[in-house]
Design a protein around this ligand. Structure first.
Ligand SMILES: Nc1ncnc2c1ncn2[C@@H]1O[C@H](COP(=O)(O)OP(=O)(O)O)[C@@H](O)[C@H]1O
Ligand SMILES: [Mg+2]
Length: 269
C-alpha cells in the first residue's frame, strides 16, 4: 500500500469498559479508492472499532491509541471539531438504521438535514442537492416525499447511503450495510456502493461477518476475533492463503469460497 495515499490510520486502538478489555491493539489504514473489509463474528469488536473513529462509542468506554485523519489525531479533537469532521469528511452508516432515520419525517427532509447542519444554503439549492443524491443512489425523485416505512429495505439502505454521502465525505464507514437484506438485493446495493466508491475515489471501511461479501467488495481485509486483528492483508492473500485458523473457519462457512480453496495447489489446511 502506498503510504502517501493513506487517509486514515488506526494505531494500537485499545478499548476498555470497566476493567474489561474489549478491543486490543487494533491497527489498520484506510486508503483513497480502496475498500477495507473488517470481518469477524458477532461480538468481536467491529462496531466499537468503527464508532471509535468518530468518537461515537458509549460514554463508559476508555480508549487508548490514536486515530489519525490527514495528519490530525481525532482523539485529541474536541466535540465541535469532531462534529465538523463527521459527515463532511468521514461518514458512517450505522449498524442500527432505525437510529439514523426518523419515522415521521419525509426522506428528502432527512437527507437535507445533513446539509443544513453544516452549510448555509438556500432552500431550492438544498432540494437540488438532495435530488442529485437520490439519482446517485438510483432512487426516483418521488422518494423525496416518502416516509421511511413506505420504502423497501433495499430502498431504505439507499437512502442511508444518500444521507451519508450528502456532504461528499472522503471516508465512508458501512457497518453491516447489507446484512439485513435478501441476497439478490445485497448484490444490487454492493454494486451501487462499488460504483460510487470508484466515481468518488472513496476510502471505505466495510464491516461484515460474511466472507462472500468480502469477496465481492474488498481490496484489503482485516479479520477480527475477540477484539484482536488476527489477520490483515490483500483480499487475494487472505482468501487464498489464510494464515490464521479462525480465518480459515470463516472462509469455510461460505461453500463456494471453501471449494475454491480446496482446489488451490498450496492449500495449507
Ligand atoms: N455499550 C456497551 N457496554 C458494554 N459492552 C459493550 C457495549 N457495546 C458493546 N459491548 C461489548 O463489546 C463487544 C464487542 O461489541 P461490538 O463492537 O458491537 O461487536 P461486533 O460489532 O463485532 O458484533 C461485545 O462483547 C459486546 O457485548
Ligand atoms: Mg456490530
Amino acid at each position: 500500500m502506498n503510504d502517501n495515499q493513506k487517509i486514515l490510520e488506526i494505531k494500537d486502538l485499545t478499548l476498555r469498559i470497566g476493567g474489561k478489555c474489549i478491543v486490543k491493539n487494533v491497527s489498520f489504514k484506510l486508503t483513497a479508492g480502496r475498500v477495507m473489509a473488517l470481518v469477524g463474528e458477532s461480538g468481536s469488536g467491529k462496531t466499537l472499532t468503527a464508532q471509535s473513529i468518530l468518537k461515537l462509542f458509549p460514554p463508559r468506554i476508555y480508549a487508548e491509541g490514536s486515530i489519525t485523519f490527514k495528519g490530525k489525531n481525532l482523539f485529541e479533537l474536541d466535540k465541535e471539531e469532531i462534529r465538523k469532521i463527521r459527515g463532511c469528511d468521514i461518514s458512517i452508516v450505522p449498524q442500527e438504521p432505525a437510529t439514523s432515520m426518523n419515522p415521521v419525517t419525509r426522506v428528502g427532509e432527512q437527507i437535507a438535514e445533513g446539509i443544513r447542519q453544516h452549510q448555509e444554503r438556500s432552500k431550492p439549492d438544498i432540494k437540488q442537492r438532495v435530488l442529485e443524491l437520490l439519482r446517485m443512489v438510483k432512487l426516483d425523485e418521488g422518494t423525496f416525499s416518502s416516509y421511511p416505512h413506505e420504502l423497501s429495505g433495499g430502498a431504505r439502505q439507499r437512502v442511508l447511503l444518500a444521507m451519508a454521502l450528502v456532504l461528499d465525505p472522503e471516508v465512508l464507514i458501512l457497518d453491516e450495510a447489507t446484512t439485513a437484506l435478501d441476497v439478490s438485493i445485497q448484490k444490487d446495493i454492493i454494486e451501487l456502493i462499488m460504483n460510487i466508491q470508484k466515481e468518488r475515489n472513496l476510502a471505505i471501511l466495510f464491516i461484515t461477518h460474511d466472507f462472500s461479501i468480502v469477496n465481492l467488495i474488498a481490496h484489503n481485509v482485516c479479520v477480527m476475533r475477540k477484539g484482536v486483528i488476527v489477520e490483515n492483508g490483500t483480499k487475494e492473500s487472505v482468501l487464498h492463503n489464510p494464515q490464521n485458523e479462525y480465518t480459515r473457519r470463516l472462509i469455510a462457512c461460505v461453500p463456494k469460497l471453501g471449494d475454491t480453496r480446496r482446489r488451490l495447489p498450496n492449500n495449507i489446511s
